[in-house]
Design a binder for this molecule. Structure first.
Ligand SMILES: Cc1ncc(COP(=O)(O)O)c(C=O)c1O
Length: 441
């Protein structure tokens, strides 16, 4: 069985040199939580520049769906690169963009006939949805959620309400967006308990927000993540999206599912919204869609995507190499990986739930497929967030060769490649358990 191999003090000598250079030349706005300098990666294993080997449960922030450098994705990239690198799908036609649009239109759980817009990132996919919702409805208002992360361009950032640092000094934002609380049952803003609450958080929107402050007939869209990602891998109760979608339909409001993190098989279904039995009007996709090549897509009902030539476009969006990587990725997801995400996700979730019995600090363990999180608290009764413990667990896991990332204020996320094996889940659980012991108790 393969295990992490840490040969040097971390960071090692080569990594230290490179980090020094990075600190001179690279933007200081990036959020590196530990000093990992990657050299090479394969599957779920990452080697740093000092030849230390790590088990990667971050997948490049939930991107490397098929694992690092999957041979079939690499081969699709190579073949396409030899044939056509770029032509700009904005001004010209080419096969990979058309073929991927057809494939996504067939896959997407969007109502009716669908069309696809291509960009290069999650933010661009959300930005496109934001503009299309305004274009189609000619309405100016929008709803988004506290805890939501939709990206960092000014439109997408205006919809984001994840961490104040992301918005500091950037006001004013695009006007007309109202943020409301997400269905975060572990910390219900109405102080109610599910299921007795009857999903009162959705009723509150109509009874309070629409009645007092926000005329619903002026709202273009509700932007919502099926499961909040950066916000803490927060899974709403089963009825939440259904009720919210019903409300949206009642007032002709578009339902925009931001599937950038939940999409492409990560939750064990192709799209996160499928767990909630809701078919949105528009969806945004990125991250796992092309296994690491830059690509974003916005899929909408054809009758909604009624904007004119010139109203929105991107030079690089739908690049042929990224499209080829996406086709190979979708093949792999459909063949085995989506199913594997479901099976390994259950193993991981059960393993963490067993550890929760012994670790008081593991306040909540939640997940769908390979989108799994542990929320750390100082006290199970008060649920006081334990951000310092969370940070320390992540750092200690790194020193032991396990790569993890945080999410929300005090949660740790587990989002490995969908190729992860039961043995790799076991190794992760063993190291995580040790890291929690060292960091907290
Ligand atoms: C749900 C969601 N939407 C949008 C984005 C923005 O994606 P990108 O960083 O590719 O712009 C992210 C990134 O984490 C995300 O999780």
């Amino acid at each position: 069985m393969r295990v992490p191999v840490i040969k040097t003090k971390l960071p090692g000598p080569k990594a230290s040199e490179l980090i020094k250079k990075d600190q001179t030349f690279v933007s200081p706005s990036y959020t590196r939580v530990y000093p990992l300098v990657v050299d090479q990666a394969e599957g779920i294993w990452v080697r740093d520049v000092d030849s230390n080997v790590f088990l990667d449960f971050t997948a490049g922030i939930a991107v490397n769906a098929t694992g690092h450098c999957h041979p079939r994705v690499v081969s699709a990239i190579k073949n396409q690169a030899e044939q056509l690198l770029h032509m700009s799908g904005t001004d010209f036609y080419y096969t990979p963009q058309i073929a991927l649009a057809e494939r996504l239109a067939g896959l997407a759980s969007v109502r009716g006939d669908r069309r696809v817009y291509f960009g290069n990132s999650g933010a661009e996919a959300v930005e496109a949805a934001f503009k299309l919702a305004r274009w189609h409805t000619r309405r100016e208002l929008n709803i988004a959620f506290y805890g939501a992360f939709h990206g960092r361009t000014m439109g997408a950032l205006s919809l984001t309400a994840s961490k104040a640092i992301q918005k500091k000094h950037y006001h004013p934002f695009v006007p007309g967006i109202t943020h409301i609380p997400y269905a975060y049952c572990y910390r219900c803003h109405l102080n109610l308990c599910y299921p007795e609450c009857g999903v009162a958080c959705v009723r509150w929107i109509e009874d309070t927000l629409f009645r007092t402050n926000l005329p619903p007939e002026e709202i273009a869209a509700i932007f919502v993540e099926p499961i909040q990602g950066e916000g803490g891998y927060i899974i709403p109760p089963p009825e939440f999206h259904k009720e919210l979608h019903k409300l949206a339909q009642k007032y002709g409001i578009l339902y925009v599912a931001d599937e950038v993190q939940t999409g492409m098989g990560r939750t064990g279904k192709m799209f996160g919204m499928e767990h909630f039995d809701v078919v949105p009007d528009i969806m945004s996709l990125a991250k796992g869609i092309a296994s690491g090549m830059p690509l974003g897509a916005m899929v909408a009902r054809s009758e909604i995507m009624d904007w004119e030539a010139g109203s929105h476009a991107s030079t690089f969006g739908g690049n042929p190499v990224s499209c080829a990587a996406a086709m190979a990725t979708i093949d792999l997801l459909e063949e085995t990986l989506m199913e594997n995400a479901k099976e390994q996700g259950e193993l991981l979730l059960n393993g963490l739930r067993e550890q929760q019995i012994n670790h008081e600090c593991m306040g909540d363990v939640r997940g769908k497929g390979l989108m799994v999180a542990v929320e750390l608290v100082k006290d199970r009764e008060t649920k006081e967030p334990a951000k310092d413990w969370r940070d320390s667990v992540i750092k200690n896991a790194f020193l032991k060769g396990l790569l993890l990332l945080g999410c929300g204020e005090n949660s740790i996320r587990f989002c490995p490649a969908l190729t992860v094996s039961p043995e790799e889940i076991d190794t992760c659980l063993t190291i995580f358990d040790e890291a929690v012991l060292e960091s907290v108790e």
